[in-house]
Design a protein around this ligand. Structure first.
Ligand code: PXL
Length: 282
């Protein structure tokens, strides 16, 4: 069975990071090896969350895994709690990234142009240096702008503005740069990417659902990573991630009993699995 390593936090309530990565990657029939960076009572959009920093455990976990000789089809990182954790993640990449391992970095740190609680203004620069060691990066518009040190262009940024950001991010060093949560020229909402090696832009979107929630970036990145490790071609993997996130948002929007801190990703897992099966037998 293939194995993905994912390094991010456990938010006990919040349906983000590891609590979505595990069920989603499992849906692909792939083992999920987790490196929990911190335990929070909730994600940081709540007031008064607790935060147990697990930094001291990260090097011992890495050393043990190295001794055991574990190998990974992909290494996927999301929310990291501090600059020190970013440095430690670089050591994980050094030890476990082989030519067969895809390194996917989602530089989780901001939304709506603002850094999440707990990060200072130096954090984006450090995250940008980690992105330089990835094969594929998946920032949203806020994270892209922060890493480049330019003003946040807003969720309705014109595709030409997003393309400029992509060209800037390409200089960090990844082979594929994809900005998620962008408005496309036909008014749909999706992703816009740049294949750095060929210079080609690519995009895909779905009709916009007038509803925004938390954790959708993590759902996108987990789905994409699972699909890549499964051997699904890159653009199909990105489309699958976009369609599944849209299905989760739509389900939540139409649910009168929804929670206000996350989306109903669980109720759309059957849809995800049907799509995976179809792509795998193609
Ligand atoms: O969904 C991104 C995310 C992950 N982890 C933590 C968060 C957030 C977003 O707010 O707070 C702890």
């Amino acid at each position: 069975m293939k194995r993905i390593m994912t390094i991010q936090d456990i938010s006990c309530i919040g349906k983000c990071s590891l609590t979505v990565a595990l069920p989603i990657i499992s849906s692909f029939g792939i083992e999920t090896a987790i490196v929990p960076t911190a335990v929070l009572s909730t994600h940081t959009q709540f007031q008064g969350f607790t935060f147990r920093d697990l930094t001291e455990d990260l090097d011992p976990i890495r050393e043990h895994w190295k001794k055991e000789g574990f190998r990974f089809s992909a290494i996927y990182t999301g929310y990291l709690g501090s600059e020190r954790q970013i440095s430690i993640v670089k050591n994980y990449l050094k030890d476990f990234k082989t030519p067969e391992t895809v390194a996917i970095i989602d530089p989780v740190m901001a939304d709506n142009g603002k850094l999440y609680a707990g990060f200072d203004e130096h954090f984006p620069e450090k995250m940008a240096s980690l992105c330089g060691e990835a094969d594929i990066i998946l920032p949203n518009l806020s994270e892209a702008a922060l890493m480049l040190g330019v003003p946040y262009p807003g969720e309705d940024a014109a595709p030409e503005v997003t393309k400029k950001l992509l060209k800037g991010l390409a200089k960090l060093g990844a082979k594929l740069v994809v900005i998620t949560g962008v408005t496309l020229s036909d008014g749909t909402f999706g992703f816009l990417g740049l294949n750095v090696e060929t210079g080609e832009f690519f995009e895909y979107g779905n009709p916009k659902v007038p509803f925004k929630s938390h954790g959708t970036g993590d759902i996108f990145a987990s789905t994409f990573t699972g699909a890549i490790a499964k051997g699904i071609p890159t653009f199909d993997a990105l489309k699958l991630a976009a369609d599944y996130v849209t299905a989760c948002i739509k389900n939540t929007y139409e649910d009168p009993n929804r929670v206000n801190y996350a989306v109903n990703f669980e109720l759309e897992l059957p849809y995800l699995m049907k799509r995976i099966e179809r792509l795998s037998t193609k």
